[in-house]
Ligand binder design. Structure first.
Ligand code: 5GP
Ligand code: MN
Length: 339
């Protein structure tokens, strides 16, 4: 995003507009934090703003300021379509391709609104009028902070905006531990605390609201953990029956793959989750160092993401998906052992 873009966006936002903000399907902390952070900011400039998520999000995000104003496209389709059709501007946050919005893809594609992309995933599609894409960023929330900064408006950041942005930086950096966490990230986070983000409360809200069933499901996942030491890989499977047994709720498997990655010597971790409703196996991949799970997932599992965190999917059974994974891995033996 260059100076001319910023000048143009400033001009665009100088008059009241109808604005829709959209994150990716199955929104996570960064998706909800960035969309709501931007929502509160734009509201301060008297725009009419609506956040629309493609579908619902986990309970551990149902406290974020403004969360109760969100429209969910899959259950509030007519209202969502109306807002999109009325929009002068659509911000797309925390994703790089329209297909990541699921069923919203076609309405977004046909909309003639000005599109502004803010995102940190690799290889963004070229659909936006204005694009702020930076794969080195810890999170889209950090980018929304920068966006507000570029508009010379950081004094508009209040406790609500700060809370939203803190949330997404915290979740996308694994609580400030991933490589993408820079000294600048910490400076921004410090400023957000000064502006009223209650850091300890935010951590509690997200991480310390486990149900008993969720911990039992984690126990089951850890029991299913398998390790392939010669390939420095570990993976976890969860069947639909196991999810049902522990009364699975959206978000219950979030972060489970990180336990596999935390094993000594392991640099590639995967979780395969059976989703009978969608008829797919949902795959999460994580890595350490230069092994790119973005490339791996793009090449083999119709997905993508970042170098060290990516998602993917498979339309065959859980068993054959894992078989495929195991049969591909030896090709990467050198890469996995040269870290
Ligand atoms: P997760 O494993 O938590 O679902 O996703 C890890 C990261 O990869 C997240 O940043 C997520 O937004 C991204 N991601 C997940 N699935 C896909 C996908 O199918 N395509 C792309 N490009 N990114 C994905
Ligand atoms: Mn993100």
């Amino acid at each position: 995003m260059n100076k001319d873009d910023i000048t143009a966006i400033k001009k665009l936002l100088s008059a009241e507009k109808h604005i829709v903000i959209v994150p990716h399907k199955n929104p996570d902390g960064d998706a909800i934090g960035s969309t709501l952070g931007l929502y509160h900011y734009l509201k301060k400039h008297n725009h009419t703003v609506q956040v629309i998520t493609p579908n619902d999000y986990p309970g551990f995000l149902k406290w974020v300021p403004g969360e109760n104003t969100i429209l969910k496209y899959d259950s509030q389709t007519q209202d969502s379509i109306k807002a999109i059709e009325n929009a002068d501007i659509i911000f797309t946050l925390d994703f790089n391709a329209f297909h990541r919005t699921g069923q919203m893809q076609s309405v977004l594609e046909t909309s003639e609104a000005i599109k502004i992309l803010i995102d940190h995933h690799q290889e963004p599609d070229d659909y936006a009028t204005y694009m702020y894409s930076d794969v080195s960023m810890s999170s889209t929330c950090e980018m929304v902070y920068n966006f507000i900064h570029m508009l010379n408006d950081t004094d508009k950041i209040d406790a609500e905006i700060a809370t939203c942005l803190y949330l997404g930086i915290m979740t996308d950096t694994g609580s400030f531990r991933f490589r993408s966490t820079t000294s600048t990230t910490h400076r921004i986070v410090a400023e957000l605390i000064e502006k009223g983000a209650k850091n300890s409360d935010i951590h509690n809200n997200v991480y310390d609201t486990n149900s008993y069933n969720r911990l039992q499901l984690l126990g089951c996942a850890l029991t299913n953990l398998r390790v392939i030491p010669e390939l420095r890989t570990a993976y976890i499977t969860l069947t639909q029956n196991e999810l049902r047994k522990f009364d699975y709720k959206k978000g219950d498997t979030e972060g489970v793959v990180n336990y596999a990655l935390s094993l000594e010597n392991v640099i590639l971790a995967a979780i395969f989750i059976e989703d009978k409703q969608e008829g797919i196996i949902k795959i999460s991949l994580r890595s350490k160092g230069s092994f790119s799970v973005n490339e791996f997932s793009r090449a083999h599992f119709s997905g993508g993401g970042h170098n060290n965190a990516a998602g993917g999917r498979s339309e065959t059974s859980l068993h054959s998906t894992v078989e495929k994974f195991l049969s591909i891995l030896p090709q990467y033996k050198d890469a996995l052992n040269h870290e």
